[in-house]
Design a protein around this ligand. Structure first.
Ligand SMILES: Cc1cc2nc3c(=O)[nH]c(=O)nc-3n(C[C@H](O)[C@H](O)[C@H](O)COP(=O)(O)OP(=O)(O)OC[C@H]3O[C@@H](n4cnc5c(N)ncnc54)[C@H](O)[C@@H]3O)c2cc1C
Length: 319
């Protein structure tokens, strides 16, 4: 049968922006392969998301009624498996998110589908799909082939594909979820602990610190430096995970996006894909790192190969 199947994600009644990007990836792939794009949305009231999914290039929206709107890995795995078996898509695109970490791999194993994660490129080679992803700690780009697999499941890196432009008029259909008893249930959403008035998404100037600061006792001097520069203090995930700064300061895939930032200074941050997902769009990035090979330099407008403590000292002398 063929076709491209996208599973949309939503949270607290809102489609997640990455779902729209994955639809963009599917629409771009459709141009390469000419296959139909079907978007499935699961939930207690999946019809509520249909209008937002009527995007240019989408041929069909499939609503699947499940017990709850909250994400459940067993439910998503079972429904996606049932959809693949019913529709036989050649390509299944999922966002590379905390949700799909919970079900994409077992889905692929159970169905004997081709599988790769965190792809940022998709191409067609005859009847086969080829995905591009990083390897060896982001040192190389690898092209992944899936010989002999009728269906290929790929999780797509957030920020890698553009949303489709304009609206479309897809047909809308329903699909019955297979009967199952989930092993977990959603209790409630908890907002991160309040952290003063830090607003990473709204800040226009952010100075972020990473593991390069070495010790928790060094946080304070960078907090003071940020304050004297007029910058909002951000951080990479290890700093938040260690409890050195509250989670609200974290920039990146599982943190906040520096959505309105015009100037971003990265101090002692290597530039993982997950960190860059939250800041690589910023027009003016200044990176300070002792390692001239650090990935952060690949997106920095200005790079300083040097010690953050020396640079901090220099900056202090000027403000
Ligand atoms: C599902 C998932 C989600 C994630 N989400 C996020 C996220 O939202 N945000 C995030 O940041 N990470 C996230 N991560 C973690 C991410 O993969 C990296 O581990 C993390 O970004 C690395 O943080 P870092 O750059 O501070 O540390 P490191 O990678 O250890 O880099 C430290 C850098 O400091 C430099 N350095 C050391 N000393 C000095 C010095 N004195 N002066 C100058 N430079 C120095 C080093 O050369 C090095 O490049 C996520 C990971 C996963 C699996």
């Amino acid at each position: 049968m063929g076709g491209i199947l996208v599973i949309a994600e939503h949270r607290q009644g809102q489609l997640r922006p990455v779902s729209i990007e994955v639809i963009g990836a599917a629409v771009a792939a459709r141009e390469a392969g000419g296959e139909r794009v079907t978007v499935a949305v699961l939930g207690a009231t999946p019809a509520a998301f249909v209008d937002a999914l009527k995007l240019a290039g989408v041929d069909e929206i499939v609503t699947v009624r499940t017990q709850t709107d909250a994400f459940d890995p067993d439910t998503y795995q079972a429904v996606t498996h049932a959809l693949i078996e019913a529709r036989k898509p050649s390509l299944v695109l999922l966002p590379h998110t905390i949700d799909t970490l919970g079900y994409a791999a077992p889905l692929a194993v159970k169905g004997n589908y081709g599988f790769t994660t965190d792809a940022f490129g998709l191409a067609r080679d005859g009847e086969s799909w080829i995905a591009t992803r990083s390897g060896y700690g982001q040192k190389v780009n690898m092209e992944i082939e899936f010989p002999g697999r009728a269906s290929v499941v790929i999780t797509v890196r957030p920020g890698a594909f553009k949303a489709p432009e304009g609206a479309g008029t897809p047909e809308v259909s329903e699909f019955d979820a297979p009967a199952l008893t989930p092993r977990s249930h959603h209790e409630s959403f908890e907002e991160p602990a309040a952290s003063g008035d830090v607003d990473i998404a709204g800040a226009d100037f952010i100075m972020s610190i990473g593991r390069g600061i070495g010790e928790e006792t060094h946080v304070e001097q960078f907090r003071e430096l940020a304050s004297s520069l007029g910058a909002t203090l951000g951080c990479s995930r290890p700093i938040a995970d260690s409890g050195w700064l509250p989670k609200a300061h974290q920039v990146g895939q599982s943190g906040k996006t520096a959505a309105n930032c015009k100037l971003y200074i990265a101090m002692g941050i290597s530039g993982s894909v997950q960190h860059m997902a939250g800041m690589k769009h910023v027009e003016n990035i200044i990176a300070v790192n002792t390692d001239p090979e650090a990935s952060i330099f690949s997106i920095a407008k200005y790079g300083i190969v040097g010690d953050i403590f020396d640079i901090a000292e220099e900056l202090r002398g000027h403000f």
